[in-house]
Design a protein around this ligand. Structure first.
Ligand code: MRU
Length: 351
């Protein structure tokens, strides 16, 4: 692909500055671009849990920096006995959100590295966190090129939630593909679902794409099947929070229904996810812990309640799309057509 087909985003959601983690507060976008400083590992846990930072790779990277802060805090408290002192902080970071495996993956990478360290762990763990951060950006650019090459010129595509620069180290997974495909003249129009209740599609995806001149049209979640049929959507392109060993994919609630609708309307389904989102220890989608959040996220908007008092709300925030509904899985190590257990194992073995 020609160099002009490379697109890049200026959105920078995660930074390490002056010994602290600086996060773009995604709860306030697109209305305000405010940064939140996290100077302690506890502040990082809160930021992940409260969705200041969100998106599977992004919470993994934030968690890695949280581990650096946790190690520094433990070293300051107890010196060489720091490894027994940081356990509670490690658990709190690992469990801040349960579905996206990138968080546990990143925490475990730092725990493993910590086992062989001598002396003050702050600097070596910071180097590793920065390495994971840089690797995620590189993976997104690679996936963007691989996924874009699958899209025919002039296509209409649909995406769900926000799998963009905001959800990663930059560029994005699904939106990385859309950025590169648009730069290569392959995308004419992008439909973005609003993504109730946090409105990641309405607030974040449409912000990321429109500020770069990528033609995005916002739709309600409920109109997606109608739009697929009426507008000849060629691809549904989404990210993932966890890919099980058999290729089942957990992603933002609604993805499963969109994949069923895509199959019914001849749209192909592309899941774009770095290897840090793959979990060989999860045999299939039924073993994935689906995060459930407070009912108030559904019964209120902007802090104002509109559902009747006392009504019960059920708010699972992810669902599982069976591998059989996925046409291609795009990773930085290559593309898997019709993903299944054997093809995923083969790709991982080849790494
Ligand atoms: O609840 P969120 O906003 O963290 O959910 C994010 C998603 O479901 C994304 O699609 C997924 O993490 C992939 S991000 C590259």
């Amino acid at each position: 692909m020609s160099p002009s087909a490379h697109a890049s985003s200026t959105v920078n959601p995660i930074q390490w500055r002056d010994d602290r983690l600086v996060l773009l507060d995604q709860r306030l976008l697109p209305g305000a671009e405010i940064h939140v400083d996290c100077a302690t590992s506890a502040a990082v846990v809160t930021a992940i849990r409260d969705m200041v930072v969100r998106g599977a790779p992004a919470i993994g990277i934030a968690g890695a920096y949280g581990m650096v802060l946790a190690a520094r805090e433990a070293w300051q408290r107890v010196g060489p006995a720091w490894r027994s002192d940081w356990q509670d902080a490690v658990t709190a970071l690992r469990e801040a959100r349960p579905t996206a495996i990138n968080l546990a993956w990143a925490v475990d990478r730092l725990v493993l590295a910590a086992q062989t360290l001598d002396g003050d762990p702050g600097l070596p763990l910071l180097v590793l966190a920065q390495q994971l951060h840089a690797e995620d950006l590189a993976a997104n650019h690679r996936m963007g090129q691989l996924g874009a090459a699958l899209i025919a010129p002039g296509s209409t595509v649909m995406t769900h939630c926000n799998a963009g620069a905001l959800a990663t180290a930059g560029h994005g997974t699904a939106l990385g593909v859309i950025r590169d495909a648009h730069a290569a003249g392959r995308i004419e129009r992008v439909f973005a679902t609003e993504t109730r209740p946090w409105l990641q599609g309405a607030r974040l995806t449409s912000w990321e794409l429109s500020r770069e001149g990528i033609p995005v049209t916002l739709i309600t979640d409920g109109s997606a099947a109608h739009v697929m049929r009426a507008e000849a959507v060629a691809w549904l392109i989404v990210g993932a929070d966890r890919v099980a060993a058999n290729g089942d994919v957990a992603n933002k609630i609604g993805t499963y229904g969109l994949a069923i609708a895509a199959r019914a309307h001849g749209a192909r389904v592309m899941v774009v996810a770095p290897l840090s989102t793959f979990d060989p220890a999860t045999p299939d989608g039924s073993a994935i812990h689906i995060e459930e959040r407070a009912g108030e996220e559904i019964t209120t908007i902007g802090g104002q309640r509109y559902a009747p008092a006392g009504v019960t709300a059920y708010n699972p925030v992810f669902d599982v799309t069976p591998a059989a509904l996925i046409d291609v899985l795009v990773t930085e190590a290559g593309v898997i057509e019709r993903p299944d257990r054997a093809r995923i194992a083969a790709l991982q073995a080849a790494r």
